[in-house]
Write a protein that binds this ligand. Structure first.
Ligand SMILES: [Zn+2]
Length: 167
């Protein structure tokens, strides 16, 4: 079955459920999803550091470093500070997905890899939970307004609407 170009089957479900559980535990139920609240929640249980960098080239949106020392794990997410706000949000959500789905440190495994697709599905559900989006879409059937409300790009929203079969 074609899921908007992504054919992951059970892994799609896994990515989405992982995002839904995180939203539940971080007590988020309204748009725009507060990534600050998500990150603070994660920081209450893991050694997570989130930093911006202005040194990345345009092509690099972010990276994830997972480091194990003794019995502890340290995770750092670095995002490209030069990118616009909604792109930075998607990058953060994407890297959090890699972290929670145990993909390990971000490698240059290309845009077509399963880990990348999973991280994108996770990010889509974290920033635009299908349940929330369905309600908002009924009230405001307008992509630019909804994108503004969710602080995502119109492109990311269109992809989500199609993978969640809301269009
Ligand atoms: Zn990635």
């Amino acid at each position: 079955m074609d899921e908007g170009g992504v054919d992951l089957g059970p892994r799609k479900k896994f990515a989405e459920v992982t995002a839904q559980n995180l939203l539940k535990h971080a007590r988020i139920s309204t748009a725009p999803v507060s990534l600050r609240q998500v990150i603070e929640h994660l920081q209450s249980k893991t050694n997570l550091d989130v930093v911006g960098s202005q040194k990345f080239t345009e092509k690099v949106s972010g990276l994830l470093v997972v480091c194990k020392k003794a019995d502890d794990e340290f995770v750092t997410i670095v995002f490209n500070e030069n990118h616009p706000g909604c792109r930075r949000r998607f990058t953060l959500a994407h890297e959090i997905g890699h972290m929670l789905m145990r993909h390990g440190s971000c490698s240059e495994d290309g845009p077509a890899s399963h880990a990348e697709k999973e991280a994108n599905l996770f990010a889509g559900e974290l920033l635009m939970p299908a349940k929330m989006l369905k309600k908002d879409l009924a009230a405001t059937p307008d992509i630019p307004s909804l994108a503004k409300k969710y602080l995502v790009s119109a492109q990311a929203l269109s992809i989500k609407l199609s993978t969640a079969r809301l269009l």
